[in-house]
Design a protein around this ligand. Structure first.
Ligand code: G4P
Length: 189
């Protein structure tokens, strides 16, 4: 997606060996006009998949999932990372290991909000090692629902998540793929 790629090149900053900071437009300050264009693009990519719900994980997947959901005209469900008294006790759960944070956390979704007949589109802002997406896929499979696709804003192509998911036959589409970092700049496919 050209306007996203242009924005990553202009405003993205590389931190250390493998982190791309895009918090001026994607996951801290949010450019809503750009989000709308990304939402339309996700609809274009998945419009034939009969999506009934969008699934994401808190926190930074929620914004883009909600904007995309307006174009699909379906609800968004987000997996929660924290235990809370207002979450139903009957939940689907999965464990996610975060390489970035070097820790494992639990994600939960109330059993009320994913049903057998659902065709889910997973949306997230970043795909690195794929653990968050695999955790969400585990929850979809526990619910007996169908994974119809995975839409990612920025895939880091030099980490293994994209390869793992494509080899599993997942219908994965990324709006931008970062091939490498060179001299502190992101090189895009
Ligand atoms: P994985 O799910 O693909 O295995 O990713 P990983 O554990 O490595 O990533 C952990 C968190 O860091 C995720 O956010 C992910 O979106 C984010 N992340 C991964 N690579 C980058 C990067 O290059 N730049 C930025 N800005 N973020 C990256 P999270 O734990 O879900 O946190 P939240 O911010 O959504 O709450």
């Amino acid at each position: 997606m050209e306007i996203l790629k242009k924005r990553i090149i202009e405003d993205g900053r590389v931190v250390g060996k493998d982190i791309l900071k895009v918090d001026s437009f994607l996951n801290h300050q949010i450019d809503v006009r750009l989000y709308n264009e990304m939402g339309k693009e996700f609809l274009e990519l998945f419009k034939d998949e009969k999506i009934t719900k969008i699934l994401t994980v808190e926190a930074s997947g929620i914004g883009i999932a909600c904007i995309a959901a307006q174009y699909f005209d379906v609800p968004v469900v987000f997996a929660k990372k924290t235990e809370s008294s207002n979450l139903d006790s009957d939940t689907y759960e999965s464990q996610v290991y975060s390489f970035t944070r070097a820790k494992t956390y639990k994600i939960r979704v109330s059993k009320r909000y994913i049903n057998k007949g659902d065709r889910l589109l997973i949306i997230d802002d970043f795909l690195a090692n794929g653990k968050a997406v695999l955790g969400l896929m585990d929850i979809i499979s526990q619910a007996g629902a169908t994974l119809a696709g995975v839409g990612i804003v920025i895939e880091k192509g030099f980490q293994e998540g994209g390869k793992i998911l494509r080899e599993m036959g997942v219908n994965l589409k990324s709006l931008a793929v970062v091939r490498s970092f060179e001299d502190g700049r992101a090189i895009l496919d």
